[in-house]
Design a protein. Sequence first.
Length: 483
Amino acid sequence: MAVDTDVLIVGAGPTGLTLGIDLARRGVDALVVERGEGLAPGSRGKGIQPRTMEVLDDLGVLDGIRAAGGDYPVGLIWQDGRRVAERAMFDPAEEGEAGSTFRAPWMVPQWRTQEILHARLTELGGRVVLGREVTALHQDADGVTVHFTSAEGAGTVRARYVVAADGGRSAVRRAVGIGMTGAGADGSGVVDPDPILVADARISGLDRDHWHLFPPRGDGDGFMAVCPLAGTEYFQIVAGFPAGTTVDSSPDGVRKVFAARSHLAADAVTGMNWVSEFRPRAALADRLRSGRVFLAGDAAHIHSPAGGQGLNTSVQDAYNLGWKLGAVLSGEAPETLLDTYEEDRLPIAAAMLGLSTKIHRGEARRGRETRQLGLGYRGSALAVETRGDLPEEAVRAGDRAPDAAVDGVRLFDVFRGPHWTLLAVGTDAEPPALPGVRAARIGSDERYGTGVFLVRPDGYVGWAGTGTRGLREYAAQVGLSVA
């Protein structure tokens, strides 16, 4: 059977679009399909963490993301129509934290992030087809046949690999029989039985310089938070309800809740763009791969929105998988390289799920961990550290390669692009020539110390040594030709 595309990506949310961009810039033929007739509406995951900002910089959309969003405002607590206190919503970053120019989350409504990613994918020649719902799939030794329904009727696509980026209720995950394990003793995944209403609304009478917080009044009502959505005329309303409540998510229902919990009348809500109701859950897929099918994003891990980890973890799933699929499909790397996707990402997803749940329950703060700059892959088969007696703060194989400006060179300018980078720091060692690998040399840096570092396309140190012994062998294993 003929192959229609090298990679079929199911789902055109941030995960699928990110993966599509990364594959397109590598020259991989990929097709993104989406069940909906348009990109998903709503602010949803509105917080982009510093590590994800670095990823978006590499993918060529940082300017658009910056222009579309803004900083998070300070929280303003209201009581009986009075302003009673202000509080920071995030712990501030330390100076020079983890070697990044990004220090705090950046707010962009998810619908706008998706538009920016979609435009970049189209610019690179990528394809997105809407209105295609997966009904079944079958895989064999050579590829995967995926069956769809659409307004035009049934159809199929044949691909070498399939990536499920189709959300928490993933049809692809169910089709390949991968289960999900939820948090909690009963395995249900319920983080909080209390339902939450979320709506994007136009509101008069509230300033856009604060995240307005309305604590419960003690009369049975829950909390309400009203956050101005940067770059738009809307606010995001989030309201909690006692377990068992039937939530009215109609426009009149939203206005009634807003009036009951704030000092403003119902008609202060002058319009609505999107409304949803959910119960916070946390669940993790038992595996991230079944043969030629991979899970990414919400198809692999479902988060409470607390702490802003879901979208960010999802984008970085795609960023980890993209270069590996590209290397294997080009014939440069062995197919076993794809085994490292689950090895890399499953522990990270588990850790971020745990963090989201703790923040939701008030057991952790929105601080250093939420920025995701310290996440890495030290335990991965791709992390080979050949140096000994390193100080605790030293960059090791598996760590994110931090940015630095040394001798007029900004490292992230060197790393940017779909290539590996061979970095010599404070050493006279002459690394071997690696075709297609960008080479750079800088003086000593306090984070890197001295040594030779082979930095992966996703910005993590793969191999590190004082000299070059063992570098050729590692390069060959990951598909890099050695001159």
